[in-house]
Design a protein around this ligand. Structure first.
Ligand SMILES: Cc1cc2nc3c(=O)[nH]c(=O)nc-3n(C[C@H](O)[C@H](O)[C@H](O)COP(=O)(O)OP(=O)(O)OC[C@H]3O[C@@H](n4cnc5c(N)ncnc54)[C@H](O)[C@@H]3O)c2cc1C
Ligand code: SF4
Length: 325
């Protein structure tokens, strides 16, 4: 049985206290929400905070306020189950509920939060193993070692962004609000993710994710398709989020975002451009799906053969766009 290392556990009741504790303890501190990602990582000695600061008692982080006409504010500690069941999210932002429903299992969705999901650690077959396994291969760049087993000779880690909600939030243009002792800042979801498996977030460790702000639903629609081995439990090894906005029968704006294939979500700009200025029809969808296939470069560090995952980028883009017909 894998045991957690010893750590101090803090449960501040306000955001001000949470960020103050983090500022006081410095780099040995880490926030935790549902703990479904952090605690397994601690058991495998991949993340080793000495002070763990829970964000689950912060009332503001549990609120869902607004709707599609005004924009929706979702607190970072809202659980995935609440996202799946929320009436307004299902009515006005069905793609968010749809993607959340594909995450892991009902039990993990009861514990896991939207904030934890958007800040998930990157994953790799050579990293998501217990300590003894990793020691057996002399570790790797991401933790304790000096070699990348996926790309020997690479000075960069290629561990994969594996959240189902990240591609969706990037596609629909969500914004994320952070707080620290230095104040607040709001960033576009698209700007948060860095193409590096170790340094995968463009945020400081002391910044607390407060909320996710969804844009008004002014005529856009979006869909999400996920590739995984089993119908539950498994992380995405390819996720396709498709976004389109139509006006007078033709596509005004379009985005295709691929998740699960690189350290950050990947926008296939060519696919979006091919859709703009024309009605959405089967020919345009086929062309966009081909562009996604050409540009997708999955890595050989997750489940399934990577060449097949590349082929699936075409199929899953087809499916995501056909849902929007
Ligand atoms: C078996 C299994 C299967 C899974 N399958 C999937 C899957 O299919 N798809 C998927 O997307 N995920 C999956 N997950 C991952 C995880 O369960 C979910 O992503 C979940 O939403 C994480 O949320 P959490 O609240 O538990 O995060 P935590 O573990 O609490 O935190 C995750 C990270 O976010 C940070 N963090 C959390 N909240 C905040 C905050 N407010 N401010 C700053 N930092 C914060 C933590 O420090 C940590 O680094 C799976 C996990 C397991 C164990
Ligand atoms: S991509 Fe390379 S460095 Fe990163 S976790 Fe995998 S083996 Fe380690």
């Amino acid at each position: 049985m894998m045991r957690l290392p010893k750590f101090e556990y803090r449960t501040p009741p306000t955001i001000a206290e949470a960020v103050k504790i983090m500022a006081d303890v410095g780099p040995v501190g880490q926030f935790v929400a549902g703990g479904t990602d952090l605690y397994p990582n601690m058991k495998r000695r991949q993340q080793m905070p000495k002070t763990v600061i829970s964000v689950m008692r912060l009332d503001e982080l549990h609120r869902i306020i607004g709707d599609g006409s005004h924009g929706l504010h979702i607190g970072a500690s809202v659980t995935l189950t609440d996202i799946c069941e929320n009436e307004i999210i299902n009515r006005d932002y069905p793609v968010v509920a749809q993607a959340a429903r594909t995450i892991s299992t009902p039990l993990l969705r009861n514990m896991g939060t939207i904030g934890g999901n958007l800040l998930l650690d990157t994953r790799c077959n050579y990293y998501n193993q217990n300590y003894e396994w990793r020691k057996g291969i002399n570790f790797c760049l991401k933790k304790d070692g000096d070699i990348c087993w996926v790309a020997i000779g690479s000075s960069k880690c290629w561990a994969v962004q594996s959240s189902d909600l990240v591609p969706v939030m990037v596609a629909i243009g969500a914004k994320l609000k952070f707080a620290s002792t230095l104040g607040e800042r709001v960033v576009d979801a698209a700007g948060l993710y860095n193409d590096d498996g170790i340094d995968y977030l463009r945020k400081r460790p002391d910044e607390l994710l407060v909320s996710i702000e969804l844009p008004t639903t002014n005529g856009w629609r979006a869909s999400y398709q996920k590739l995984r081995r089993r119908g539950a439990f498994d992380f995405p090894v390819l996720g396709v989020a498709a976004f389109i906005k139509q006006e007078n029968g033709s596509v005004d704006a379009a985005k295709i975002i691929l998740g699960g294939i690189a350290p950050s979500p990947v926008e296939i700009k060519e696919a979006g451009s091919l859709l703009i200025g024309k009605p959405l029809d089967e020919d345009q969808i086929q062309a966009a799906a081909e562009a996604a296939y050409v540009k997708a470069r999955p890595l050989d560090n997750t489940d399934f053969v990577y060449q097949w995952r590349k082929q699936m980028a075409r199929q899953y883009t087809l499916r995501a766009l056909r849902e929007l017909l």
